[in-house]
Write a protein of this length. Structure first.
Length: 359
């Protein structure tokens, strides 16, 4: 069946429906990864968004049980140039089309995804709607609906509803779930950590009650400035235990220390973003998924120093703090999808805990 993408600037793309048929509204973004579509679909940071994959063929290795980053797809909609109907991979248990249909996610294929990406790059991220129909009608009404669309408290939509515990023989880690990816948990467990996951609604007293050796702040969706409760919680945690923040956790920590954030024109989403480690003078390829960045001029240089920068646009990708055992990064060292070049940061977190306990 035919399907259409209508952007808020009035641009229309015509293609074909796959997955579940129907209509959906969301923020339209693009991901530049050639692979990793299953991890993209299940990344909670995409909550409320319609994701366009720039690579032309998607679905060629099917869907499996291992490459999920949460228990279900988190995107509002999914756009591809060409959908592979006959995947070939020994781990595949179903096609991408079957997977999206089973999970009630609306897909659109057959449009010029490169043209869509150019529009989003030049004009910036915008809202859009996928409509499954033989003809696109009532365009003005749909545009009015787009203008009113907002993503309401997405962190609360994706956080765990209850405390979860994963046993380990090593350091006890309190992991705050703002929309965490499973590979963060895997990365900690592989280092023998004992991990307790807390909902985003947990306060500092509840987190410190387990007497953790270290605290991790996860990735997550949305505008960090909407997370005032979480920012206050982080303020009350700083200096109590060694801390490590990723993505949204990185942004919230900066806000808790008086910095400011702003929305990027079209964000960083993909598994091929070069980032420079300033201290080591080395550049790594990183996995990224964010639409906001920290404003460098807002940093309090007495307590904050830039540790990593994006080699494409010069934006901040990491901060080290002088007032506490604490560091954060904007990119995803746990990857999934993408390279594991910066997985060493988990080891640096463990080392920071060891140093703190030896004092």
């Amino acid at each position: 069946m035919k399907a259409f993408l209508l952007l808020e600037d009035g641009t229309v793309f015509e293609g074909n429906s796959f997955g579940m048929e129907g209509d959906v509204v969301g923020e339209v973004v693009f991901n530049t990864g050639m692979t990793g579509y299953q991890e993209v679909l299940t990344d909670p940071s995409y909550c409320g968004q319609i994701v366009c994959m720039t690579y032309p063929l998607i679905g060629n290795y099917g869907v499996n049980l291992d490459d999920v980053e949460s228990f279900k797809p988190q995107v509002k909609g999914f756009i591809v140039r060409e959908l592979c109907q006959t995947p070939s991979n020994w781990r595949s248990i179903e096609t991408l089309n079957e997977y999206l249909k089973r999970n009630e996610i609306i897909g659109l294929e057959g449009i010029d995804t490169r043209e869509l990406t150019i529009i989003l790059r030049d004009k910036g991220t915008m809202k859009g709607t996928i409509v499954t129909a033989e003809n696109l009608t009532e365009i003005e009404e749909k545009l009015e609906k787009l203008k009113k669309y907002t993503i309401s408290k997405p962190v609360l939509q994706v956080t765990t509803p209850e405390v979860k515990h994963y046993s380990g023989d090593g350091y006890r880690i309190a992991l705050l779930d703002y929309g965490l990816k499973k590979n963060i948990v895997r990365s900690l467990l592989s280092r023998k950590c004992d991990v307790t996951i807390f909902p985003a609604t947990s306060n500092a007293d509840e987190i410190l009650a387990i007497n953790p050796d270290g605290i991790m702040l996860s990735n997550g969706p949305g505008d960090p400035q909407d997370c005032q409760f979480q920012i206050e919680t982080i303020k009350n945690l700083i200096g109590k235990k060694p801390m490590f923040g990723i993505c949204l956790g990185h942004q919230l920590t900066a806000l808790a220390n008086g910095a400011k954030t702003e929305k990027l024109k079209y964000g960083h989403r993909g598994c091929n973003h070069p980032v420079k480690d300033v201290e080591k003078d080395m550049t790594y390829i990183t996995s990224q998924n964010h639409g906001y960045t920290i404003i460098e001029s807002s940093l309090n240089k007495e307590i904050m120093s830039v540790s990593h920068i994006n080699m494409n646009d010069g934006t901040i990708e990491g901060i080290k703090y002088k007032n506490a055992p604490l560091f954060t990064v904007q990119f995803h060292p746990e990857a999934s999808p993408g390279p594991g070049d910066t997985a060493y940061l988990f080891d640096e977190f463990i080392y920071m805990i060891e140093q703190s306990k030896s004092k």
